[in-house]
Design a protein around this ligand. Structure first.
Ligand code: NA7
Length: 560
């Protein structure tokens, strides 16, 4: 266990999830004096917190694991094509233990503030346990969806039963047998939890504000023989992931939507509906993402599938989205979700018609009636992407608060750096390609690149680095430009910063969170920047600290 009396490190990594684990592995390999701080009682990030029934990958398990160690790849047997939370957390623990990384980690360490000390080129961090730590560099590995947002309903504190956001699903077993349960929210999380618990509770009522497009996950076990085959093909699998836009094995159909007949299109969709994972989204025609008419035709195909699966036609229509087409929001993957509504113990309440008015001592009150429950589950999403940054008091040069700088949405250079916040790195930051891809595939790219960047700084004796405002503006403009052709730009989704439970995140104010250019394009851009001496970054050296700063601007080149 790490010495808690030590107060200075060369690098402090915030977050011990997938990104933090890989980041500390690379720093440990280099012998860098580094630590990882995490607010949780143990490692795992997303997979530590989200313990709700049904929590599992939508990424093929074997594309989600780390690729950096052949030995690890040979040792680990994924048991399911889309592995569940308990196994995923075991995996991350296995990795940390195998590479002896736990000794660099400090848990129950909530970072409350991080202020840059301009005189010393240092970050000063305050931890909730009262300690003050300093480091030359801070690496933000704080996750994309780590600030849960319960609804802001009147009377929530009055409820006498149990209630929790899915992110805070209790660690001990929750006895669902014989219970009357409410689930509010039908995003990726709600859809997973609803399908998993429907046959385990006495009575389930789903409160749906807007339905989501969703399609079968097509999960299944991975046998020993299949795992042996996957192991033999790992190089090929990761090579495919690195050339596809989303970091998956799924490649878009290269044929033009309008070049093939309707019959051909339906043939492809029939196949994709039964193909595992995001195939239905990412192996589809590319026009689905950009062309209203193509998107509408495919959405109607999926609507028909829903009608076929739900017996009550009135309920079926309520489960079909009307305000957005398929795939413009994050597509939840489901396992017999629609069949839940054929069960006698399951009920759907459309709260766009009869909104929830308040939480009562015994349940929920809508404009229509009262409902009694033993358990209320809030599957109401997250303050996505920038939320975790906003929850730390981060101040850069001149005391500027990151929260203020990003109040209308993030602006970054490469999704990695922020002007005015030197020595502050985000391996999967907003607007980075690393954040908008099969997460660990993006993480390995982002963390690897940031580590090389630090090595460059150490090799040159630099103690300070930040992007120019011009470089940041060019990158942010490039990110915004890429939204112009995407139907998703109009969506009411966390992709665009929408969250009705967070002030300022109402619909209509798009936040440019996501890099839409795909992994290969992102990688070629960040590689080029590195090969040209990190153009757009201003470096400084501490050698003259106190006697005036020695800075070196290595020139500029268009980021896009
Ligand atoms: P999402 O996708 O943001 O979904 C949240 C759901 O909760 C969605 O159906 C919302 O309805 C609903 N919601 C949110 N606030 C309320 C209130 N106040 N009242 C009623 N209903 C509400 O979050 P998830 O956790 O499902 O998924 C997040 C990501 O986790 C997912 O994309 C994966 O990457 C993993 P709305 O659509 O806003 O009307």
């Amino acid at each position: 266990m790490i010495e808690r009396t030590k107060s200075h490190y060369e690098v402090i990594v915030i977050g011990a999830g997938v990104a933090g684990i890989y980041q500390i592995k690379l720093l440990a390999d280099l012998g860098v004096d580094a630590t990882v701080l995490d607010a949780a009682a143990d490692l795992g990030g997303t997979w530590y917190w989200n313990r709700y029934p049904g929590a599992r990958f939508d990424s093929e398990s074997y594309t989600y694991g780390f690729s950096f160690s052949k030995e690890l790849l040979d040792e680990w047997h994924w048991k399911e094509r889309f592995s569940g939370q308990p196994e995923n957390l075991r995996y991350l623990n296995y990795v940390a233990d195998k590479f002896d990384l736990r000794k660099y980690m400090q848990f129950n360490c909530k970072v409350e503030s991080a202020h840059f000390d301009e005189a010393k080129d240092l970050w000063r961090l305050k931890v909730a346990d009262g300690r003050e730590l300093t480091s030359r560099f801070v690496i933000m590995a704080i996750g994309l969806l780590s600030i849960p947002t319960p609804p802001r309903l009147k009377g929530m504190e009055k409820f006498k039963g149990r209630s929790f956001h899915t992110f805070h699903w209790p660690q001990e077993k929750v006895d669902l047998a014989g219970k009357k349960v409410a689930v509010i929210g039908t995003g990726a999380t709600g859809i997973q939890v609803i399908a998993e618990i429907a046959d385990k509770v006495a009575d389930l009522t789903v409160f749906q504000r807007r339905p989501n497009w969703s399609a079968p996950l097509n999960n299944g076990p991975i046998s020993d023989a299949e795992m042996a085959d996957i192991r033999a093909r790992y190089d090929e699998i990761f090579a495919t992931c690195s050339r596809t836009p989303g970091g998956f094995e799924h490649e878009p159909d290269r044929r033009g939507f309008y070049e093939v007949s309707r019959e051909e299109r339906v043939k492809l969709w029939d196949r994709l509906y039964n193909t595992p994972g995001f195939a239905i989204w990412l192996r589809n025609f590319r026009e689905i993402f950009t062309d209203e008419k193509a998107n509408a035709e495919f959405s109607e195909y999926v609507a028909e599938r829903i009608r076929q699966r739900v017996k009550d036609p009135v309920i079926a229509e309520k489960l079909i989205p009307r305000d957005h087409g398929f795939g413009v929001q994050r597509v939840p993957m489901e396992t017999r979700y629609f069949e839940v509504y054929n069960r006698d113990n399951a009920h759907l309440v459309d709260i766009s018609e009869t909104p929830i008015v308040e939480v009562t001592e015994t349940g929920l009150r809508t404009t229509e009636r009262d409902y009694d429950f033993d358990i209320i589950v809030y599957a109401t999403g997250f303050d996505a992407i920038t939320g975790a940054f906003d929850h730390i008091d981060i101040r850069g040069v001149g005391g500027t608060k990151l929260r203020d700088k990003w109040s209308d949405g993030p602006s970054t250079f490469l999704g990695v750096f922020v002007h005015g916040f030197p020595n502050f790195l985000m391996p999967s930051g907003p607007q980075s390609g690393s954040a908008s891809t099969n997460y660990p595939r993006g993480i390995e790219i982002g963390v690897g690149w940031c580590t090389k960047f630090l090595e460059y700084m150490w090799a040159h004796g630099y103690t300070r680095a930040e992007p120019t405002i011009e470089a940041e503006k060019r990158w942010t403009d490039h990110v915004i430009k890429m939204y112009s052709t995407m139907l998703m730009r109009k969506a009411k989704s966390w992709f665009t910063g929408y969250n009705s439970n967070v002030d300022g995140h109402e619909h209509g104010k798009t936040r440019y969170f996501v890099y839409n250019g795909g992994t290969p394009k992102y990688v070629s851009k960040i590689k080029e920047i590195a090969e040209h001496g990190y153009q757009g970054i201003v470096f400084g050296s501490a050698s003259l600290l106190g006697q005036g700063r020695d800075t070196e601007d290595l020139g500029e080149k268009a980021a896009d």
